[in-house]
Design a protein. Structure first.
Length: 117
């Protein structure tokens, strides 16, 4: 059974940093890329960042460019999100995502990030 497990969320003040991690488990796991989405209270889930394994392409939402950095780990089963200069509007539940072209994505359960002003 495939699972994505996030960690690293928490409560920080504006301007501080957090590093999120996501690890995939399950013998059948494979993906074409991994990334992060977030969902703030009362809002729809939105894309944050993604890395595509085959070509190393990285994509960011405009709202996080220059502040967040996504990177991949060993065996393409781990992805990280370094979040710097956090703002109160970054407060959300952050979800790990593994994309598989032509197949349903995998999703984690989410980790809460709260940024106080």
């Amino acid at each position: 059974q495939v699972q994505l497990v996030e960690s690293g969320g928490g409560l920080v003040q504006a301007g501080e940093s957090l590093r999120l991690s996501c690890a995939a488990s399950g013998r059948s796991f494979s993906s074409d890329g991994m990334g992060w989405y977030r969902q703030a209270p009362g809002k729809e889930r939105e894309f944050v960042a993604r890395i595509i394994w085959s070509n190393g392409n990285i994509y960011y939402a405009e709202s996080v460019k220059g502040r967040f950095t996504i990177s991949g780990g060993v065996a393409k089963r781990t992805v990280y999100l370094q979040m710097n200069s956090l703002k109160p509007e970054d407060t959300a539940v952050y979800y790990c995502n593994a994309v598989r072209f032509g197949f349903p994505d995998y999703w984690g359960q989410g980790t809460q990030v709260t940024v106080s002003s």
